[in-house]
Design a protein around this ligand. Structure first.
Ligand code: PEP
Ligand code: MG
Length: 600
């Protein structure tokens, strides 16, 4: 969070979680301090203690199902599904077996054993690669609190239904169950310290159209009950003690936003087709199964990239076939009949899976990562392929291999896949025999060899983050050279064009699933170069659809040809900005970008 001052007003920059604007008074929700005492139990008590915990888990499940039913009735099916993953946590064998074991071997009480395990998970999440799993932490905390409440039979102070005056709810953290019980007529906005753009609370807030900002340090900002604040959920700002001018300005913004939002959501079920009839598939990038809800909320045509490594990153051990199968099945069934592209494990670089960690690599991004790790660990690779193939029986899964850098890799990966398929045939396990196979193009050598590579796959997906990094020799995590990370560099765009031409020769489809795909200006270029699919964070889909529906494909194609002759990024950006200015500033109020937690 950063803070600036303007006269009496204090402006805090946090993280935009749900777009829109709210002006109102602060209602502070203070968490009750909870001390969970450790109590030693006699050996003969341990069975009883385990049973007590099992009962509490069942009770928690019943409560969540009741909330789910209420949300289903009051909000909708998609939002009610949020609570399915809470139930999944309560059924997580890995966590529960550990807790039962702790009770029995360390002879400690159920609430202490349960909360300690959950806290150690929360600590792990906190420490994982920049804390990108923070969004799931609120869910875990919510579940933990619920189970502890039941075990200690404490009254839950979670609801604020009774409040009748309009308020902005300010809290350290909020749970989806709390938010689902808010009085929508009086809750104007939310400000939290913890949570993220993909948290369940954020998803729910977006469904309920409650503007929210997260990542705000409440203590530093010194918020007091009754204070007037502005919540700018679009830019992620909280303005404390706003001036009359601020209030006027935000009232105007709010009116414009509401009108635009209404218009964007009318596009949800319309086709993303240009004025002259060119259809561009708009798909979503996700890291976790729970994000499917946001994908559906924003009406994506498909999932263009499911980063399956996050399943591995959130587990202490490599997830087994059954666990993986359940995750893949959940996503494909929720999305069906819309396609789901599952990318196989892309570990390494900045995504460290503990069991596959190599220390001392001087250049981890150029090191033992991604498909290289899988081809060296065919047992892990095959386990994942089995999970994916089993789930493919739903008929809408596309499989994709990451970071292919030479022909041997795609050949070897296909051999492993064929071996697993042969196993399935022998055992008569159902799977989709027509499942499409693709590979990522994110290494310059794959670009150069695209024509040959295209013979082995049904589609290409260009990972622009890695491709730009490798092509321009710019480590994008290095702040000193951040301005050299230039997606519109002619070198990068010529490479993309080269890949598209190679794919055309073979008649296969090309998608872009890097962050570039979600940027309006870049998308015009990519469409002009001939891309078939753009895969982006779910929150960018509607404004992209709006732009595409106002775009002339013929003009984009002409622009594509022109920029391929240009020699600097500045010229290219200036040309597109000028030619398509009418499309680029059209959504200036809707700048919420649900940017990937990992940067992308
Ligand atoms: C990319 O490199 O652009 C990409 C989509 O892969 P990831 O972001 O998962 O590395
Ligand atoms: Mg990549």
């Amino acid at each position: 969070m950063t803070i600036s001052r303007r006269g009496r007003s204090i402006i805090a920059q946090g993280v935009p979680a749900s777009p829109g604007f709210a002006i109102g008074t602060v209602h502070l929700l203070r968490p009750e301090a909870r001390v969970i005492k450790r109590r030693y139990i006699a050996p003969e008590e341990s069975k009883q203690e385990v049973a007590r915990l099992k009962n509490a888990l069942e009770e928690a499940k019943r409560e969540i199902l009741a909330i789910k039913k209420q949300v289903l009735h009051d909000v909708g099916e998609q939002e009610a599904r949020i609570f399915d993953s809470h139930i999944l946590i309560l059924d997580d064998r890995e966590v529960l077996e550990g807790v039962f074991q702790d009770i029995e071997t360390h002879r400690i009480n159920a609430e202490y054993a349960f909360s300690s395990r959950i806290n150690s998970f929360l600590d792990r999440f906190e420490n994982l690669s920049g804390g990108f799993l923070k969004d799931r932490m609120a869910d875990l905390r919510d579940i933990c609190d619920r189970v502890i409440d039941i075990l200690t039979a404490s009254e839950s102070p979670r609801t604020i239904q009774d409040i009748v005056t309009p308020i902005i709810v300010v809290a350290h953290t909020l749970s989806p169950s709390t938010v689902s019980q808010f009085n929508l007529k009086t809750t104007l906005g939310l400000v939290t310290e913890v949570g993220g753009k993909t948290s369940h609370v954020a998803i729910l807030a977006r469904s309920l159209e409650i503007p929210s900002v997260t990542g705000i340090n409440l203590q530093e900002l010194g918020l007091e009950p009754g204070q007037t604040i502005i919540v700018d959920g679009t830019a992620g700002l909280v303005i404390v003690n706003p001036s009359l001018r601020d209030i006027k300005e935000y009232e105007i913004k709010k009116a414009a936003y509401v009108a635009l939002e209404k218009e964007l959501f009318t596009l949800r079920d319309l086709s993303s087709t240009t004025l002259d009839g060119k259809y561009i598939e708009l798909s979503a990038n996700i890291e976790l199964p729970v994000e499917v809800e946001a994908v559906l909320q924003y009406g994506a045509d498909s999932i263009g990239l499911y980063r399956s490594e996050f399943l591995f990153l959130t587990h202490e051990t490599i997830p087994d076939e059954e666990h993986q199968y359940q995750a893949y099945k959940y996503i494909s069934e929720r999305m069906s009949p819309r396609p789901v592209t599952i990318r196989t494990l892309d570990a390494g670089g900045d995504k460290i899976v503990q069991q596959l960690r190599v220390s001392g690599e001087a250049n981890p991004f150029l090191g033992w990562r991604s498909i290289r790790v899988c081809l060296d660990n065919t047992d892990i690779f095959k386990t994942q392929l089995r999970g994916i193939l089993r789930a493919s029986a739903t008929g809408n899964i596309r499989l994709m291999f990451p970071m292919i850098s030479n022909l041997n890799e795609i050949r070897e990966a296909r051999v492993v896949l064929d071996e697993v398929k042969a196993e399935f045939e022998a055992k008569q396990i159902p799977y989709d025999r027509n499942m499409e196979l693709g590979c990522m193009i994110e290494v310059p050598s794959a670009v150069v060899m695209a024509e040959e590579l295209s013979k082995y796959v049904d589609f290409f997906s260009i990972g622009t983050k890695d491709l730009i990094q490798f092509t321009l020799a710019v480590d994008r995590s290095n702040e000193k050279i951040a301005d050299m990370f230039e997606p519109h560099s002619p070198a990068v765009l010529r490479m993309i064009s080269w890949v598209i031409k190679a794919a055309r020769l073979q008649g296969i489809k090309v998608s872009v699933c890097g962050e570039m795909a979600g940027d309006l200006l870049s998308a015009i270029i990519l469409i002009g170069l001939g891309i078939d699919e753009l895969s982006m964070v779910p929150g960018s889909i509607l404004e992209m659809k709006k732009m595409i529906r106002s775009l002339s494909f013929v003009e984009a194609k002409l622009a594509g040809e022109t920029i391929l002759k240009m020699t600097t990024a500045e010229d290219i950006v200036a040309h597109i900005s000028q030619k398509f200015s009418h499309l680029l500033d059209l959504n200036s109020e809707k700048k919420v970008r649900l940017v990937q937690p990992m940067g992308a």
